[in-house]
Design a protein around this ligand. Structure first.
Ligand code: HEM
Ligand code: HEM
Length: 245
């Protein structure tokens, strides 16, 4: 079948005003403000650095022969871990500040409506949706209720644990009198029976808890982007949630 002149023009130029006129019109809502989005990606990057460098702190590379000053690899790895640790912790303080001054979606990460029956009904809907038991989920402007619970317990609680145990270990190296020793080491290590090796073990386990969260989180974000009724990944970039129906 040959093309009409206007179709040939459309194909050549990529413009097709008729198709646009017949297309569905989408609605968008501004959800995540710039500081939330900026924090999300700084946070993801710092966790990537913390996870990789932390793994090598726990399973160090074999020592290399030669002059020590030319072979400072484990030193650099530890330095990167501590620097990313500071970024991670300070960024969380900034994110907490934004929960107070930002829009109501900025508070979702820190609060969980556990005494609200409607909330739990939506959690069950989302569980069924992820298990392929229902054909259509609800439409969510903010985080879906299951994601919200995962972000609270799977991210926030683990993050606070990693900051407390991380700075407790850091304060051990920085020694008594340092701010980290006063603020964390002095009470976190006694909480674990006074043995910093136990703190190392729990801090190490936290890495795997975080790996599980990030794996499920990225899977769910991409799955919802494709199968859900609203945009996902682009929302954490542009701030706008676009509804597909
Ligand atoms: C270390 C890696 C990551 C961590 C720890 C993480 C953590 C989080 C947290 C805590 C939130 C809630 C944001 C808030 O309310 O302030 C969030 C939202 C989100 N993240 Fe990530 N994230 C990571 C990587 C990624 C990646 C790689 C993607 C993209 C594929 C992604 C996509 C999203 C999306 C789309 C949302 C919004 C979800 C919604 O609107 O319900 N994240 N993430
Ligand atoms: C998501 C966050 C984090 C992850 C996944 C992570 C991961 C790890 C891992 C796997 C280890 C090795 C533990 C071992 O087997 O001994 C480690 C050690 C350590 N981490 Fe973290 N960490 C995180 C956050 C932090 C923070 C916020 C700090 C604060 C500065 C920190 C400071 C330390 C210190 C001081 C050590 C011991 C270093 C050494 O003994 O050479 N970490 N981390």
């Amino acid at each position: 079948m040959s093309n009409t002149p206007s179709q040939t023009f459309n194909d050549a130029t990529g413009t097709d005003e008729n198709a646009v006129a017949r297309a569905a019109s989408y609605k968008s809502v501004y959800v995540y403000e710039a500081p939330v989005r900026l924090w999300h990606w700084i946070n993801a990057l710092s966790i990537l650095v913390l996870g990789v460098t932390g793994y090598f702190i726990g399973s160090p590379l074999p020592s290399v022969p030669g002059e020590a000053s030319a072979n400072y690899l484990m030193g650099y790895i530890r330095f990167a871990h501590f620097a990313a640790g500071y970024v991670f912790a300070i960024a969380l303080i900034g994110r907490l500040y934004w929960a107070f001054v930002g829009n109501h979606h900025a508070r979702e990460l820190f609060t969980l409506p556990v005494f609200n029956a409607a909330y739990w009904r939506e959690v069950i809907t989302m569980l069924k949706w992820y298990a392929f038991l229902i054909p259509r989920p609800s439409r969510y402007v903010g985080h879906n209720p299951l994601a919200r619970a995962a972000m609270f317990f799977g991210f926030l609680v683990i993050t606070l644990f990693m900051i407390a145990t991380g700075f407790a270990l850091y304060g051990e190296g920085a020694q008594e009198g340092s701010w980290a020793h006063k603020a964390f080491t002095s009470w976190v290590i006694p909480l674990f029976g006074g043995n910093s090796q136990t703190v190392h073990t729990w801090h190490h386990l936290g890495l795997w808890a975080m790996v599980i969260f990030v794996t499920l989180h990225v899977y769910a974000a991409i799955r919802e982007d494709i199968m859900g009724r609203q945009s996902m990944v682009s929302t954490m970039i542009s701030g706008y949630r676009t509804f597909k129906d």
